[in-house]
Design a protein around this ligand. Structure first.
Ligand code: NAD
Length: 508
C-alpha cells in the first residue's frame, strides 16, 4: 500500500518532477525518504506532488497531444530508436541506480532494465503493429478500412518491484502510438524511472509528451478522476488494483490493472531432477521473491515428493547479500515493513501447522546489519486453507504441496483465485499438452519457470491478477492505447448514372 509522506531528511537531494519537458522542484510540503534497503542510507527524498502540479502536468500533456498526434509515424519510430540506443548506452548506470534504491542484485537490476528495453525495441516497429485493415469492394466501388487513432492523455501508475521494466511497459507504447503520458512511479524507488524520463527528452521527444509526478494515493486518485485523462494503466497489489479499476471505470476511463499473484509450478516425477531444483530455487527466491511471476508454490506430483529434502538443501545454500557482493543470490526486501511482513507470514505458517523446513528469519549480513535481509524459507505439508497459501507473501518463501495426480494439481491451481503465471516441469508431451490446455492461468511455462512473454506477445495475467481487457505491451497495448475508426468510402465516377434517392441502408 502507498507509504505515507514523512519529511525526515530535509538535507537529502530532492527528486524532481518532470513537467512540460522540464525538471522542476516541487512546491509541496510532503516528502518521503528514499532509502537504500541494504544499508538504510537515505539516498534522496521524493515529493508528493500538489494538486496544482498534477493539474499543470495534465494540461501540458493535453497541449502536447495536439501536435504529437500529427507527427508522422516514421518520425515517432526514429526517436524511439534513439531512446533504445540511449538506454543501452546507460544500462550500467541505470542498473546501479536501480540496485541502490530497490535492493535487487546488480545482475537482476540489469535484467530489469533489459526486459524494459525489449519493449522499447518493439515500440520501434509501431508502424506495423498500429496498422489498420482494408477490404476492397465490399459493395460496387465501395471500400472499407480501419485506422487506430490515439486517445489523448494517458496515465500510468507503477509498483516498486520493477522500477525500470514496468514504466517501460507503459509510456513507450502509449506515446509511440500518438498519445501523451503522465507517469506516477512508486514512491519507494522513483529515481530509476526519472533516469529513463531524462533519456526520453535526450532522445528528442517533444516537450510535454511525457510527464512524471510523484506521490501516493492522493496523487493517484487525482489522475483516476481527472476528466482529461483518457486511459489508466496500473500495476500493483490486489486491493489497490481493485480500487484503481473501480474508480477509473466509474469515471468512464479505459483501465487496465495488473494485480498480485500466487504462481504454482507443477513438478512431474518424470522431470529432470536437477533442472527442477535449480529452477524452483531461482524462481521462488530470485529478486528476494518480489516478482509478480515468482513461483511461490511448488506442487509435487506423486514420487516427485522425494526431492523435497534436496530442494530445501539448495535453498539453504543461497547467499543473501548486498548489491556489491557478486556471490549474493538475493538482496534485501524493499523496506523494514516488508521484512516484518514476510517474517510474520513465516511465523503464521508454522503456527498453522505447516512444516518449516528452511527458516530465513533473522538473516544477518555482516557489515549490513541494518539491511532488510530475509533469507529463503520453505514449508511443506501446506493445505489450501492455510494463510500462507491464500495470501501473496511477496518475499523469498517457497510453499510445497503434494498431490497424487496431474489432474489434482491442475484442479488445485484452477481453484486458486489468481491467474498470473504457472509452470510445469515434465518429460511428457502429453502431460504438458493437457496442462497448457486446461489450466486457467494466463501465462504458462513448460520447463520454463517464469514465463514472462516477450513484447511480440503481451503480458496476459488472468482472473484475480488482472482487471480489464487489453493487456500490457505488444499488439494488445496498441489496442489499449488507441481507438478504432472505420471508414466506408466510395468515389463517384463522373460518368455514373444517377438512379434516384437511395432509401435503404444496404450498400449496393
Ligand atoms: P502497491 O499496490 O502498494 O503500489 C503500486 C502503486 O500504487 C504505487 O505507485 C503506489 O504509490 C500506488 N498506491 C499504493 N496505495 C495506493 C492507494 N491506496 N490508492 C492509490 N494508489 C496507491 O504495490 P507495490 O507494493 O508497489 O508492488 C507490489 C505488488 O505489485 C505485488 O502485489 C505484485 O504482485 C504486484 N505486481 C503485479 C504485476 C503484474 O503484472 N500482475 C507486476 C508487478 C507487480
Amino acid at each position: 500500500m502507498a507509504a505515507q509522506p514523512q519529511a525526515r531528511s530535509p538535507a537529502a537531494p530532492s527528486v524532481k518532477l518532470l513537467v512540460d519537458g522540464r525538471l522542476v522542484e516541487s512546491a509541496t510540503t510532503e516528502w518521503r525518504d528514499i532509502v537504500n534497503p541494504a544499508t538504510q542510507e537515505v539516498l534522496a527524498r521524493v515529493p508528493f506532488a500538489t494538486a496544482a502540479e498534477i493539474e499543470g502536468a495534465i494540461a501540458s500533456a493535453a497541449k502536447a497531444f495536439v501536435a504529437w498526434r500529427e507527427t508522422p509515424v516514421g518520425a515517432r519510430m526514429r526517436i524511439m530508436l534513439k531512446l533504445q540506443e540511449l538506454i543501452r548506452r546507460d544500462m550500467k548506470k541505470i542498473a546501479a541506480c536501480l540496485t541502490a534504491e530497490q535492493g535487487k542484485t546488480l545482475a537482476d537490476a540489469e535484467g530489469d532494465v533489459f526486459r524494459g528495453l525489449e519493449v522499447v525495441e518493439h515500440a520501434c516497429s509501431v508502424g506495423s503493429i498500429q496498422m489498420g485493415e482494408h477490404l476492397e469492394q465490399v459493395a460496387g466501388g465501395v471500400d472499407v478500412y480501419s485506422v487506430r487513432q490515439p486517445l489523448g492523455v494517458c496515465a500510468g501508475i507503477t509498483p516498486f518491484n520493477f522500477p525500470a521494466m514496468i514504466p517501460l511497459w507503459m509510456f513507450p507504447m502509449a506515446i509511440v502510438a500518438g498519445n501523451t503520458f503522465v507517469l506516477k512511479p512508486s514512491e519507494q524507488d522513483p529515481m530509476t524511472p526519472m533516469r529513463l524520463a531524462e533519456l526520453w527528452y535526450e532522445a528528442g521527444f517533444p516537450k510535454g509528451t511525457l510527464q512524471v509526478l510523484h506521490g501516493g494515493k492522493e496523487q493517484v486518485d487525482f489522475l483516476l478522476t481527472h476528466p482529461d485523462v483518457q486511459a489508466i494503466s496500473f500495476v500493483g497489489s490486489v486491493p489497490v488494483a481493485q480500487h484503481v479499476y473501480r474508480t477509473g471505470t466509474q469515471h468512464l476511463k479505459r483501465v487496465q490493472a495488473f494485480a498480485g499473484a500466487k504462481n504454482h509450478m507443477i513438478v512431474m516425477p518424470d522431470a529432470d531432477k536437477q533442472q527442477v531444483i535449480n529452477n524452483i530455487v531461482g524462481a521462488s527466491c530470485g529478486a528476494a521473491g518480489q516478482r509478480c511471476m515468482a513461483i511461490s508454490v511448488a506442487v509435487l506430483v506423486g514420487e516427485a515428493k522425494q526431492w523435497i529434502p534436496e530442494i530445501a538443501d539448495s535453498l539453504k545454500k543461497l547467499k543473501v547479500g548486498p548489491w556489491n557482493d557478486p556471490e549474493a543470490s538475493l538482496g534485501p526486501v524493499i523496506s523494514k515493513k516488508a521484512k516484518e511482513r514476510v517474517e510474520n507470514y513465516v511465523a503464521i505458517g508454522a503456527k498453522e501447522g505447516a512444516k518449516l523446513l528452511v527458516d530465513g528469519r533473522g538473516a544477518k549480513v555482516p557489515g549490513h546489519e541494518n539491511g532488510n535481509f530475509v533469507g529463503p524459507s520453505m514449508f511443506s505439508g501446506v493445505t489450501p486453507e492455510m494463510t500462507i497459501y491464500k495470501d501473496e507473501i511477496f518475499g523469498p518463501v517457497l510453499i510445497v504441496m503434494e498431490v497424487a495426480t496431474l489432474d489434482e494439481a491442475i484442479d488445485l491451481i484452477n481453484r486458486n483465485p489468481y491467474g498470473n503465471g504457472t509452470s510445469m516441469f515434465t518429460a511428457s508431451g502429453a502431460a504438458a499438452r493437457k496442462f497448457q490446455h486446461s489450466i486457467e492461468v494466463g501465462q504458462v511455462g513448460i520447463n520454463i519457470p517464469i514465463p514472462v512473454p516477450l513484447p511480440f506477445f503481451s503480458f496476459t495475467g488472468w482472473k484475480g491478477s488482472f482487471y480489464g481487457d487489453q493487456h500490457a505491451y505488444g499488439k494488445q497495448a496498441v489496442k489499449f492505447y488507441t481507438r478504432t475508426k472505420t471508414i466506408t468510402s466510395r468515389w463517384f465516377d463522373s460518368q455514373e448514372v444517377v438512379s434516384g434517392p437511395n432509401m435503404t441502408i444496404r450498400l449496393k
